[in-house]
Design a binder for this molecule. Structure first.
Ligand SMILES: [Zn+2]
Length: 253
């Protein structure tokens, strides 16, 4: 996964010549302080009063030589690197940007990085809908989930069900959140069939960019259906390309 570290620019540039970075942090703290993309907005204000030039390092933990431990930092877990940060693990170096009032400005490149596979609650459109910052046609809400009409208006009754806590998709969603999400999906489906004149639903989800996920906040589409409505909600495939037995031997649990 990708984690972030704020470095003093001059220290980083001097030390990085050696092929690794972090000896000052290690001397002071015993580890290198990091955060993930979710929590960086909580970390950034710590540097508000420090006017030395900073850079944000983007670090791929899979490429790290040193061990990472997730440790409590005031209620949230933060990644700490126990050892030097090797050059290969640094996958991006970004200028630390500040507004006139010393609020951290997320770098454009970093935001794009986030949308391509990482969470960014400070920007997530569905998180903004849930918090009411962006208006939506709310169908239903409970403690765990939020249900609203899709703005695409591409098919009658197009509904989205999302968890209130930011989860990217089924791959990173914990089971408790998932259970609540599915409970709401069923509740809405039954409501459509029992009270709204429909007699079936299509449930659609894309998990991962490769699957065509566009908004990186877990969501189920519900398309209400009626007999003879003429809607074709089933994907059109071009036929399997690999031998079914070979695929089967690879994917069976
Ligand atoms: Zn979100």
């Amino acid at each position: 996964m990708i984690i972030m570290h704020t470095a003093n620019k001059a220290d980083f540039e001097a030390e990085f010549q050696t092929g690794s970075y972090g000896s000052k942090s290690l001397d002071t703290y015993g580890f290198i302080h990091c955060s993930d993309l979710d929590t960086y907005y909580l970390v950034a204000p710590n540097f508000r009063d420090d006017y030395t030039e900073k850079v944000i390092l983007l670090i791929d933990t899979d490429k790290l030589d040193s061990e990472v431990k997730w440790e409590d930092g005031g209620g949230l877990d933060f990644p700490h690197i126990y050892g030097l940060l090797n050059r290969e693990a640094i996958v991006g170096v970004y200028e630390h940007l500040w507004s006139d009032t010393r609020e951290w400005i997320p770098n454009k490149e970093l935001q794009e990085y986030a949308v391509n596979g990482f969470r960014r609650p400070w920007e997530c459109i569905f998180c903004k809908i849930i918090s009411g910052k962006i208006p939506a046609r709310k169908v239903y809400e409970d403690e765990w989930t939020f249900t609203f009409m899709d703005v695409a208006n591409d098919v009658d009754g197009h509904i989205l069900v999302v968890p209130k806590t930011h989860r990217k998709n089924i791959l990173d969603c914990d089971e408790t959140t998932l259970a609540h999400l599915m409970k709401t999906v069923k509740r809405i489906s039954n409501h459509l069939a029992e009270n709204c004149g429909y007699n079936g639903v299509n449930l659609l989800n894309a998990s991962g960019e490769s699957a065509g996920q566009s908004v990186p906040h877990f969501h189920f589409h519900i398309i209400p259906r009626k007999a003879g409505d003429g809607i074709d909600a089933w994907p059109h495939f071009d036929g399997a390309k690999q031998n079914a037995e070979e695929v089967f031997s690879k994917i069976r649990l």
